[in-house]
Design a protein. Structure first.
Length: 262
């Protein structure tokens, strides 16, 4: 079998500038480069860039697969929307790592599969990218699935402390099913873990929770919320505004001190 490597990067929050596209072109004359992506297939030679560095500087999502069984998926998330300490609780095996760079948290999910089919990876990054939005609103099921893959591979002993099983594991979304397929996570393992997963919204907030939180906000704080929603071009403003709602919901349920918008 001839060599096969597939690289795909996506820029979600902002488009690449012409200068940045020129910088990327210097690494490959054959790659398909657009303001939002870089895609290339290698049947000989190798990628001359550094995926980790490119994720730090240019992109928000990355997918790689090779016909020697390697699969690699990365996401870059604003760290104010995903607590690095929460993410790190799932990074106890070899299949998931996280690191911070500036204002972002970069997550890497790895897998070595027994079989190979080039159609499994090409074009599927688009089906995985919604997991980034899930993470930014508190849904960490994809991190648990990566931890579960390490458990499936027998990396842990009986004394290993399992990270929290997130709610909603019994009803996987299409992106989560795509992730399980891409990483080759055994569905029986997911079903067994789902038996210990609570029902309800995976983000920890239902519409009723949000309605109750909004109703309790002082008028001046409601004005602040509306001004930020209508006056900001930040694509993550809604997710950021949900953070204090989530914190107060946890407090009402018996956990931490409530947080309000300043």
């Amino acid at each position: 079998m001839s060599e096969y490597q597939y690289y795909e990067f996506l820029a979600v929050d902002r488009h690449l500038t012409q200068q940045q596209m020129g910088e990327l072109r210097a690494y490959s004359s054959r790659a398909r480069i657009t303001p939002g992506s870089f895609v290339n297939v290698y049947n000989w030679g190798s990628f001359k860039g550094d995926p980790d560095k490119w994720m730090e500087k240019y992109f928000d999502a990355f997918l790689y697969l090779a016909n020697w069984r390697s699969r690699w998926f990365m996401l870059r998330v604003p760290k104010q929307l995903l607590d690095p300490d929460i993410a790190s609780t799932y990074c106890t095996g070899e299949n998931l790592t996280c690191r911070t760079k500036g204002d972002h948290l970069i997550l890497s999910l790895y897998s070595e599969v027994e079989d190979f089919d080039s159609s499994d990876g090409e074009g599927c990054l688009g089906s995985l990218v919604p997991l980034r939005s899930d993470l930014m609103r508190g849904d960490v099921r994809c991190l648990y699935l990566a931890w579960l893959l390490s458990a499936q591979k027998g990396e842990f002993d009986d004394e290993t402390i399992e990270p929290p099983v997130p709610p909603g594991l019994g009803e996987l979304s299409a992106p989560l099913r795509s992730l399980a397929d891409f990483l080759r996570i055994d569905l029986d393992w997911i079903a067994a873990a789902a038996e210990r997963s609570k029902e309800g919204p995976a983000s920890g907030l239902s519409n009723e929770d949000i309605s109750r939180w909004v109703a309790r906000l002082p008028s001046k704080d409601k004005d602040t919320v509306l001004v930020r929603l209508l006056g900001s071009d930040d694509p993550h403003i809604a997710a950021e505004l949900k953070q204090p709602a989530l914190s107060e919901t946890e407090y009402v349920n018996g956990n931490e001190t409530p947080m309000f918008i300043n």
